[in-house]
Design a binder for this molecule. Structure first.
Ligand SMILES: CC(C)(COP(=O)(O)OP(=O)(O)OC[C@H]1O[C@@H](n2cnc3c(N)ncnc32)[C@H](O)[C@@H]1OP(=O)(O)O)[C@@H](O)C(=O)NCCC(=O)NCCS
Length: 173
């Protein structure tokens, strides 16, 4: 089992993997067009040449990235694919000099095992401006915000120069 960066021919498989968990609100819907447009955000996990999981790292800036669209097939659950995905996305965050990685989830137990800790959603205004403001459940959100690294003191809206970021300690994944 190994992770690799996704390529456009993987887009359909990624859409199918995500679609399974959209109905119950576990994952946000991602159209095929949106997946293609953002294919460089995605990592897939392969087992014996078959794609068994996917996940994405959305970059807000050096101060923050978000792990999204994490899922593995039912048959592959409990065999380490989820950890392989998170490790690959955290390596990518480090490669991009990102200092904080966040996510919203209903399964904090899994992400806790991956080294994330819970935080108030208000500490992540980039995410709130991007998704929560448009979400029909924004006043009844049952997701937990989690992060790893150093919480940003700045947002994409206040960031003026890369110098604003280098003052922040590097992420230790
Ligand atoms: C969450 C998910 C990606 C986990 O993938 P997985 O391949 O089963 O996870 P792994 O086998 O790599 O498990 C890694 C560790 O997390 C633990 N774990 C797995 N799922 C867990 C859960 N739901 N709650 C708490 N711990 C969990 C495992 O026991 C394992 O612990 P260990 O390190 O002590 O052995 C998978 O269950 C899934 O696709 N769920 C549906 C989609 C979803 O909920 N995505 C997250 C949206 S935010």
């Amino acid at each position: 089992m190994h992770a690799r960066n996704a390529k456009l021919p993987d887009a359909f498989a990624i859409e199918q993997l995500i679609q399974v968990h959209v109905g119950d609100g576990t994952l946000l819907p991602r159209s095929l067009a949106e997946i293609c447009e953002n294919i460089r955000d995605f990592v897939v996990v392969e087992n014996g040449g078959e794609i068994v999981g996917c996940g994405a790292l959305h970059l807000y800036g050096m101060h923050l990235a978000e792990i999204r669209s994490i899922t593995v097939t039912n048959n592959s659950k409990g065999k380490g694919a989820g950890r392989v995905l998170i490790d690959a996305l955290m390596r990518e965050a480090q490669k991009q000099s990102v200092t904080c990685v966040c996510l919203f989830t209903r399964i904090p137990g899994f992400f806790g095992r991956m080294g994330f800790q819970e935080v108030d959603k208000e500490a992540l205004p980039d995410k709130i401006f991007k998704d929560c403001m448009k979400c029909s459940r924004r006043n009844a959100c049952d997701e937990v915000a989690m992060y790893q690294g150093t919480l940003p003191r700045i947002t994409a809206r206040t960031l003026r120069s890369p110098k604003d970021c280098v003052q922040i300690a590097p992420l230790h994944a």
